[in-house]
Design a protein around this ligand. Structure first.
Ligand code: PRP
Length: 216
């Protein structure tokens, strides 16, 4: 049987996703051992997992190097990869937000300078508000930009709110909620339909059972 290639986002979210998949019947115990290895196989269960940068999962899946993977809704909206979105795993929940220094006062007469890793999401949010903006695209530590005067506001992910708080920024607007999604390559989905839909059903059933436990 051909192995099902599964791209996992490296980090805490990826570990949660792996535990869910293992529980759903696709274990690969060596994956959680301390090591620098990135690719793990369990031929008996027909799976091969690999760790990639969270923002790269969708590229692996779109191009068919991975049959399925897990990517945040933020990445799917920003890069619009040509993949199927199969399920909302309701993991890695956070929000895409606008934040600014406490002292910032907006004025509609001025172009708003927006620092972000998500130019498409930011553009579409402000274009719906008919607001002229100047996007400053950065790749990390976005919170520094308005403090140093590089931008007026930021559009970024807020999870606990600790980064905003510790950098004296204030949340202004919530643009949309974000969570991790199970995605599939379109060709794989067609040719491995039974395996992929079975995996998806098992994962959804587990998440539903967990929710039922939490909300009696
Ligand atoms: C993300 C995001 C915020 C932070 C929010 O950054 O860009 O900076 O997490 O989390 P919090 O609300 O729980 O504080 P990430 O850790 O991905 O690093 P980055 O700044 O390099 O993008």
């Amino acid at each position: 049987m051909r192995l099902l290639n599964i791209a996992l986002p490296k980090g805490r979210l990826g570990e949660k996703v792996y535990r869910l998949l293992a529980q759903a019947g696709y274990p690969c115990p060596s994956l959680l051992e301390e090591s620098r290895r990135l690719i793990f196989e369990n031929a008996a269960e027909g799976v091969r997992y690999f760790w990639v940068k969270p923002s790269d999962v969708a590229i692996y899946v779109e191009r068919g190097a991975a049959d399925i993977g897990v990517a945040g809704k933020d990445i799917l909206l920003e890069y619009r990869p040509d993949v199927y979105e199969l399920s909302d795993l309701r993991l890695g929940c956070c929000r895409m937000c606008v934040a600014a220094p406490r002292t910032f006062r907006d004025s509609m007469d001025r172009t708003l300078r927006v620092a972000t890793k998500f130019p498409r999401i930011a553009r579409s949010y402000y274009s719906a508000l008919n607001r002229d903006i100047d996007i400053i695209e950065l790749h990390g530590s976005i919170e520094v930009a308005p403090i140093l005067g590089l931008s007026d506001v930021i559009v970024d992910i807020v999870e606990t709110g600790a980064t905003l708080l510790e950098n004296d920024l204030k949340l202004r607007e919530t643009i949309l909620p974000i969570s991790a999604r199970l995605i599939a390559n379109k060709v794989s989905y067609q040719f491995q339909y039974d395996r992929i839909t079975q995996l998806c059903r098992r994962v959804d059933a587990l998440r539903q059972a967990e929710r039922n436990e939490v909300q009696p």
